[in-house]
Design a protein around this ligand. Structure first.
Ligand code: MRU
Length: 341
C-alpha cells in the first residue's frame, strides 16, 4: 500500500505528522517555512531522503510566498529561507544536497524570466526532487531484492521505509520488492530508542504491507541474531562519507559489530543523494545531539530523575570495513568498489 508521506497541494506542503503514528494517520497542511522547520526539528517529517524532499518543497514554498517584485529581492528571501532550513538538522546530507540543487536551479534560471516564471521553475525543480526520490527508492528495492533468499530472517533498525522517503523507502523498499517477487522471508525490527521509529513507524509500515515482521527492543538484537537465525541486516543511511563510512540512527554501529561477530552480511541501502563526496571519512560527519528530555520522558511519563546527566546522540558512524555492501539505485557496491567512486 503506497504511502505519500509528503505532497504538494494547492501551493502548500502536505505531510504526515509522524509523531502521531501509529495511533493516527494525520496530515498537516503547511503554508509557511516556520511550520516546516518546526516539523523537521521535531521529527514530524524525518528520514534523510524525506528531509531532502521537504526542504526542496520548503524552498519552493518560500519562493511562492515571497512578496518581492524583483529577482534580487527574491534572492535575498530565498537565502533567508535556506539559512533557516539548514539549521534544522545537521546529519542527513540530503538536506544540504537538496538545498544546493534548489539554489543552483534558481541562480541558473534565464535572466529574462519574470518573477512568476522564476517561481514556477523553482517549484518544478522541487517536484522533480520528490519524483526522482520515489524512482530512486524503487530502483534501490529492485537492486536490493536480488540479495534476498527464501528463508531469510532480516534485522532492520530505525525506519528506512516509505515514511522516510518520498515513497517506497530504502531498506524497506528491498523488502517490498522481494515480497512482490514472491520471496519468503521474515523481518525483525528494532524498536529504536529513544524516539521509537522502529516500533512506531517500521512495524506500522511493514504490517500494513503484509511483511512478516516481529518487534524487538534494541537490547534484544544480539540474542535475536543468535537465537532466531538472523541471516542479514539491512539499514538505511543519513550520510555516507567518500570512503563508505556511514552515519545512521544511533545503534546502527553496534549492529554492524554484532553482524561481524556472527558472520552475517551487513548492508546499507541509500540513494546517491545520501553520499557526501565532500567528506573523506566518517570522522567528518556532524552528529546531531538532541534534547535530554528525549531520554528522561517517554511521552509525558517521566522515566529518569529530572536533572539526570544525559548523552543523546541521534546517530552513530559505522566504519566501512564493517559494511558488506551499499545498495544504491545504480547497483550494489562492495566497499572496495565504492572507494573507487
Ligand atoms: O532521526 P531520524 O528518524 O530522521 O533518523 C532516520 C534514520 O536514521 C534513517 O535510518 C535514515 O534516515 C535512512 S531513511 C531512508
Amino acid at each position: 500500500m503506497l504511502l505519500e508521506p509528503i505532497k504538494w497541494k494547492n501551493n502548500r506542503i502536505v505531510f504526515i505528522d509522524q509523531t502521531e503514528l501509529p495511533s493516527r494517520l494525520k496530515y498537516i497542511s503547511c503554508g509557511d517555512i516556520g511550520t516546516l522547520c518546526e516539523a523537521i526539528k521535531k521529527l514530524r517529517v524525518r528520514g534523510a531522503p524525506l528531509i531532502g524532499v521537504s526542504v526542496a518543497l520548503g524552498y519552493a514554498l518560500s519562493a511562492i510566498n515571497s512578496k518581492s517584485k524583483t529577482r534580487w529581492g527574491l534572492k535575498k528571501d530565498m537565502e533567508e529561507a535556506s539559512r533557516k532550513l539548514k539549521k534544522t538538522r545537521p546529519t542527513a546530507v540530503n538536506l544540504f544536497w537538496a538545498l544546493e540543487r534548489m539554489e543552483n536551479t534558481f541562480l541558473n534560471l534565464d535572466r529574462s524570466y519574470n518573477i512568476n516564471k522564476i517561481k514556477k521553475e523553482i517549484l518544478k525543480e522541487a517536484i522533480n526532487i520528490l519524483e526522482e526520490d520515489r524512482s530512486l527508492c524503487r530502483a534501490i528495492g529492485r537492486n536490493g531484492s536480488k540479495l534476498i533468499r527464501n528463508g531469510d530472517v532480516i534485522l532492520t533498525h530505525c525506519n528506512a521505509g516509505m515514511l522516510a522517503t518520498g515513497g517506497y523507502g530504502t531498506a524497506l523498499s528491498v523488502f517490498y520488492e522481494a515480497k512482490r517477487l514472491g520471496k519468503r522471508f521474515k523481518v525483525f525490527a528494532d524498536e529504536t530508542r529513544p524516539l521509537l521509529q522502529g516500533s512506531r513507524l517500521t512495524m506500522w509500515e511493514l504490517m500494513r504491507n503484509g511483511i512478516d515482521a516481529t518487534l524487538i527492543c534494541d537490547d534484544m538484537a544480539a540474542s535475536t541474531i543468535k537465537n532466531k537465525g538472523i541471516t542479514k541486516i539491512i539499514v538505511g543511511a543519513d550520510r555516507i562519507a567518500r570512503n563508505g563510512d556511514t552515519a545512521n540512527k544511533i545503534g546502527t554501529y553496534g549492529l554492524s559489530v554484532l553482524a561481524k561477530y556472527h558472520n552475517i552480511p551487513f548492508y546499507i541501502a541509500a540513494p546517491s543523494s545520501t553520499i557526501d563526496l565532500n567528506i573523506k571519512t566518517g570522522e567528518d560527519i556532524p552528529i546531531e545531539e538532541r534534547r535530554k528530555e528525549e531520554l528522561i520522558f517517554i511521552g509525558s511519563k517521566k522515566i529518569a530523575p529530572s536533572g539526570s546527566k544525559v548523552y543523546n546522540p541521534a546517530f552513530d558512524v559505522t566504519p566501512n570495513r564493517l559494511i558488506t555492501a551499499i545498495i544504491t539505485e545504480s547497483g550494489i557496491y562492495d566497499i572496495k568498489r565504492f572507494r573507487r567512486i
